[in-house]
Ligand binder design. Structure first.
Ligand SMILES: Nc1nc2c(ncn2[C@@H]2O[C@H](COP(=O)(O)OP(=O)(O)OP(=O)(O)O)[C@@H](O)[C@H]2O)c(=O)[nH]1
Length: 354
């Protein structure tokens, strides 16, 4: 397809040569597509912009790209959003459906702002379980429909090892009808968790997968990445920057999210709860913000309540002698102190609300 380019993944810590043969096989898999080496993509990359600014080139007007990160549960949407933004804006856990509502994060490069919406995991109509689930899926597609660009992310390792027809069906639906009046924005395919394929020695299976998925939907570009290890993230960022068009920024300059600090605490606490207890917990657990008090030494006391549906779940979350909630609080506090750049004293309560 003219103009299409395949960005391929490059391992940061290993010499490029090691992956060159693999890169060529990807190139061959899409014969009409010129191979663009990660980092050499023709868009206005960071290096070029920095150079322009140094040379005193006058600043252009603002540019904007709104991007929806869409995929099945657990594909790595939140991990990718956080990696692109460069800050935790969305909860990540191995428990599926950690993301309840679209979460917004942004990064800026020179005159360009890229706003990312991390959406709840989408599934086919037949896999929807209950009204709540239907609303989450609908909100994901609704967010995508309003964006300029769609990143459709899949767990490439899983798809190679256990090919899942639900994923391929969803990709087919991108061109048709995930929701009424749907018009798919320009879509990019993101093959995530390539680190696991490398580990299993199955990286060569990415090329046929890429071919198969591109035959189901006319993806403009394909990126193979590891969101967890940040491999391929810079190339994807540069590509998104190159897609922006003139437009006013929607998030204040210098900010990466519109989340209030309270919401950031809630998101981090939620992630830690699900990470620590993923198999044991039901989904209907809420995190409620109670209070925030700043102290003269620059620290803050933040109190939140984990709302659980039964006494049994409360006992699981608290743990023996408070061990579990203690660990959750400690890891959340350390991460929050890092994100919010102020020492956080985190008080977590656990309450039953049926
Ligand atoms: N090995 C590996 N694991 C990853 C990668 N990206 C994400 N993960 C892991 O996959 C799991 C799911 O990641 P999330 O980012 O929460 O996935 P999601 O698509 O947002 O999930 P939902 O919110 O449930 O839809 C987590 O345990 C991540 O650490 C990757 O590139 N490599």
């Amino acid at each position: 397809m003219p103009g299409q380019q395949l960005q391929h993944w490059r391992h940061r810590t290993e010499p490029w040569e090691r992956f060159q043969s693999w890169g060529w096989s990807l190139c061959l898999c899409c014969t009409a597509a010129p191979l663009a080496v990660a980092g050499l993509y023709g868009g206005p990359g960071r290096a070029a912009q920095g150079e322009a600014q140094q040379q005193g080139v006058p600043e252009e007007g603002p540019r904007l790209l709104q991007v929806a990160v869409v995929g099945v549960p657990n594909a790595g949407k939140s991990t990718l959003t956080n990696a692109l933004v460069g800050q935790k804006v969305s909860a990540v856990s191995s428990k599926t459906n950690t993301t309840f509502v679209p979460t917004l994060g942004a990064f800026t490069e020179g005159p360009t702002q890229v706003v990312l919406y991390d959406t709840p995991g989408v599934v086919g109509k037949r896999q929807i379980r209950g009204l709540d689930h239907e609303q989450r899926v609908r909100s994901a597609w609704g967010t995508a429909a309003d964006c300029d660009e769609l990143l459709f992310i899949i767990d490439a390792h899983r798809q190679v090892v256990w090919p899942d027809t639900r994923v391929t069906t969803l990709i087919q639906q991108l061109s048709t009808d995930p929701m009424p009046d749907w018009q798919c924005p320009p879509a990019t395919l993101v093959l995530n968790k390539v680190d696991l394929l490398m580990k299993d020695g199955r990286a060569q299976e990415l090329a046929p997968l890429c071919d198969q998925l591109r035959s189901l939907h006319p993806f403009g570009h394909v990126f193979a990445i590891s969101a967890l290890r940040r491999d391929g993230i810079d190339a994807l960022r540069d590509y998104l920057v190159s897609r922006a068009t003139p437009g006013e920024w929607t998030i204040e300059a210098g900010k990466k999210t519109e989340q209030t600090p309270q919401e950031t605490v809630t998101e981090v606490v939620r992630e830690k709860v699900f990470r620590r207890l993923h198999e044991e917990l039901p989904y209907n657990i809420g995190i409620q913000h109670e209070s925030w008090r700043n102290f003269a030494d620059g620290s803050a006391r933040v109190e939140q309540t984990i709302v659980v549906p039964t006494d049994q779940v409360r006992r699981i979350v608290v743990g023996k002698h408070g061990a579990v909630i203690g660990q959750i609080g400690k890891s959340a506090r350390l991460e929050l102190t890092d994100i919010l750049k102020q020492p956080i004293h985190l008080i977590l309560n656990v309450k039953v609300r049926r």
